[in-house]
Design a protein around this ligand. Structure first.
Ligand SMILES: CC(C)(COP(=O)(O)OP(=O)(O)OC[C@H]1O[C@@H](n2cnc3c(N)ncnc32)[C@H](O)[C@@H]1OP(=O)(O)O)[C@@H](O)C(=O)NCCC(=O)NCCS
Length: 177
């Protein structure tokens, strides 16, 4: 699968590579990342390397599409990905993290718009979805601002490390415009 650079007005999405290992490792120090994403604690440098490597392999296999979010002058702002691509079913799940110092200024929403347009356009998916903890107010704000439709709640779903919780599901389809 070709790994494109997705250009926005103030940000761009760059195919994920080991050149952002330090920055991706640093995300694991954030309590909200540990609480709301599959990143495990403690999050070691080896864990970060394996995380990025899964996305390098994902580009080669067509199973995942991972990007770093960068400002137009190359500052690392976060992580945005189609974390699983089901090619035959033409659907995928999107996930994201914005670095703590870059939050609150529309980075996640802008990056989600870029990856959604690309997923439903060039990548040819017919559905993309977001899954998030029902307690993740910030991520729900991103979903709503980005035109995703709330579909419902999966109750007491296994999350990680023996934890369970309610999971909200949002989606976008090409026909949503
Ligand atoms: C959730 C997260 C991605 C938001 O990133 P961000 O760049 O700050 O989000 P945006 O600036 O694009 O905000 C989009 C909307 O959500 C709202 N929002 C963002 N964070 C919020 C928060 N913590 N509480 C309430 N609303 C919030 C914004 O006010 C904005 O709403 P508006 O359109 O009405 O102004 C970021 O806080 C993060 O990385 N959290 C930890 C990891 C995580 O939870 N990832 C998602 C897993 S499903």
């Amino acid at each position: 699968m070709d790994a494109p650079i997705l250009e926005g007005d103030d940000i761009r999405l760059m195919p994920l590579d080991l050149d952002v290992l330090d920055e991706m490792h640093a995300l694991g120090a954030d309590p909200d990342v540990l609480r709301f994403t599959y990143v495990s604690a403690p999050f070691t440098r080896d864990d970060a390397t394996a995380w990025i490597q899964r996305y390098i392999d994902g580009w080669a296999e067509g199973t995942r599409a991972g990007f770093s979010i960068q400002s137009t002058d190359g500052e690392f702002l976060g992580f945005m990905a189609v974390i699983s691509i089901e090619s035959d079913a033409r659907q995928g799940e999107i996930g994201y993290i914005v670095a703590p110092e870059a939050r609150g200024r529309g980075v996640a929403s802008a990056a989600l718009k870029l990856i959604t347009d690309w997923s439903l356009g060039d990548l040819g998916l017919e559905r993309v979805e977001l899954r998030m903890s029902s307690e993740n107010t910030g991520s729900a704000g991103v979903a709503k601002r980005s035109g995703f439709t709330f579909e419902g709640t999966l109750r007491s779903l296994h999350f990680k490390e023996g934890r369970r919780g309610d999971t909200a599901v949002y989606s976008r389809l090409p026909s949503d415009g």
